[in-house]
Design a protein around this ligand. Structure first.
Ligand SMILES: Cc1ncc(COP(=O)(O)O)c(C=O)c1O
Length: 468
């Protein structure tokens, strides 16, 4: 079979057998799928040999580009030892080494702040690492830990959670129960547990009709009201620190995150920071919580942890949380949760190599000038007639397109404006994936200044041609 016939066959088999995530398959099977066969640095190559700049880090996971030698080597080395053994009843070397390394990194990035009142957040530190496989499971683990924590403390009735409108924490039932994106989550309503939804700190479309900073963070006042009314029922609050990613790259105003931590402490509620998207340098610091010196009680990490190589996640808990699970065997205080591939040695080896590279290549230091470039470019974009808002936290950026800039009237969902921009960019060698009308820019942290410039230029011309 010739190479072209083989490619056509792959396309046909994809249409016949693969059900793609978050994809209307009726449309998908009418198109020719782009099938990736290779990657190098910040680029992906399809089966026809066309290269694409990976503008969304292969769904926000990639840090050092594809085929990073040190990570490749670490996985190969681990392959010669053991690929998988379980953490249920056994331990393994890379999982232990990674847990130590993670705790060290977290302690360096998030030093203990002085007690913020007599809340559940003080005075312990994040030292206990619970492994799972992806962002959604890291969140499920966090929610279950928080729920069981109160039960075992003998506090009854703490069954509910607080989360934010426009929040996204994954696609499993617990994660969508605390999710706040109607288009994704509403269909599953009857399956979900109770979660009180606080306003999103979405200043461009403030649901309280206020303007920042004159509002003095009025959305925190609304959160305070919810906690005041329901604190006796609430096990925990979950938040994407600094930026609500899948909700449309919604950045919170300065002081908001710190304010949320203070309210959790005031009402004695566990704070769960979902750093699945923001962790590992994405916002310019190792963790988003570091921007406002916040230490959560439970922290969920995944995506960048292996540099974008393998599925791995951790839920890190404070000693205070962990200690409540200690008891006699007969007490049934065990945390009854675990997955087959928990603490997978290959994934942990990849993560160890990735974290070493952060130091070796001084990733965070090198990132700052590129964040500056991105910031400057985003500001220029604001002059375009259909760019309503631009937002970024470090290297996570969103450009919100609007039909009418003066009234902020959005494009209708079904117009697929974001997708049209993405297709245009793809025809010009850049792969991006929008969130509705928001164009997402989230390249690997290692992208060169030159490639970043190219990414921005292609996106700018795609926006101009689609929305003119
Ligand atoms: C903040 C946040 N939490 C959780 C998740 C879910 O992660 P996963 O897709 O690995 O399940 C995501 C995914 O985008 C995310 O952005």
């Amino acid at each position: 079979m010739g190479i072209h016939e083989e490619n056509r066959r792959l396309e046909e088999l994809d249409r016949r057998y693969i059900w793609h995530p978050f994809t209307q398959m009726k449309e998908w099977v009418e198109e020719t799928p782009v099938i990736i066969s290779e990657g190098r640095d910040c680029f992906l190559k399809d089966i026809y040999g066309r290269w694409y700049l990976d503008g969304v880090s292969s769904l926000w996971v990639n840090i050092f580009g594809h085929r990073k030698k040190e990570i490749d080597d670490a996985i190969k080395e681990q392959l010669d030892k053991v690929s998988h053994s379980t953490l249920l009843g056994l331990s393994n070397v890379p999982a232990i080494q990674l847990a130590e390394k993670l705790v060290q990194i977290i302690q360096k990035a998030l030093p203990l702040t002085p007690p913020l009142g007599k809340g559940a957040g003080n005075p312990s530190s994040l030292t206990k690492v619970f492994y799972s496989d992806n962002g959604s499971t890291a969140v499920e683990v966090g929610l279950k830990m928080a729920f069981q924590y109160w039960k075992q403390k003998g506090v009854n009735g703490r069954h509910a959670f607080v989360s934010l409108k426009n929040g996204y924490h994954g696609d499993t039932i617990g994660a969508i129960s605390v999710g706040g994106i109607d288009i994704f989550h509403q269909a599953f309503g009857p399956l979900l547990f109770n979660s009180y939804k606080a306003p999103s700190p979405y200043c461009y479309r403030c649901e309280l009709g206020k303007t920042s900073p004159e509002c003095s963070l009025a959305c925190l006042g609304e959160l305070d009201k919810i906690l005041y009314a329901h604190s006796g029922e609430i096990a925990g609050l979950i938040i994407e620190p600094l930026i609500q990613a899948a909700g449309g790259m919604i950045t919170s105003p300065p002081g908001y995150l710190r304010g949320v931590r203070e309210l959790c402490s005031k009402y004695d509620i566990l704070m769960i920071a979902d750093e699945v998207a923001t962790g590992f340098g994405r916002t310019g610091k190792m963790f988003a919580c570091a921007h406002e010196q916040v230490q959560p009680d439970i922290m969920c990490l995944s995506k960048g942890i292996t540099g974008g190589y393998m599925p791995l996640a951790v839920t890190v808990a404070t000693d205070d949380v962990y200690n409540v699970f200690l008891g006699e065997f007969k007490d049934l205080k065990t945390f009854f949760h675990g997955h087959s591939y928990t603490g997978n040695p290959l994934a942990c080896a990849a993560a160890l190599a990735c974290l070493d590279l952060f130091d070796k290549e001084k990733v965070l230091e090198g990132l700052q000038s590129k964040i500056g470039m991105l910031d400057e470019w985003l500001r220029e974009l604001l002059t375009l007639p259909h760019v309503g808002d631009v937002r970024h936290a470090g290297f996570m950026a969103g450009v919100e397109l609007v039909r009418d800039k003066a009234t902020k009237e959005p494009y209708a969902w079904e117009e697929k404006v974001g997708w049209k921009v993405a297709y245009h960019a793809r025809d010009n060698g850049v792969f991006i994936r929008p969130l509705g009308n928001v164009i997402v820019i989230m390249p690997p942290l290692s992208i060169s200044g030159e490639n970043l410039k190219r990414l921005c230029e292609v996106i700018r011309s795609a926006i101009m041609s689609v929305s003119s």
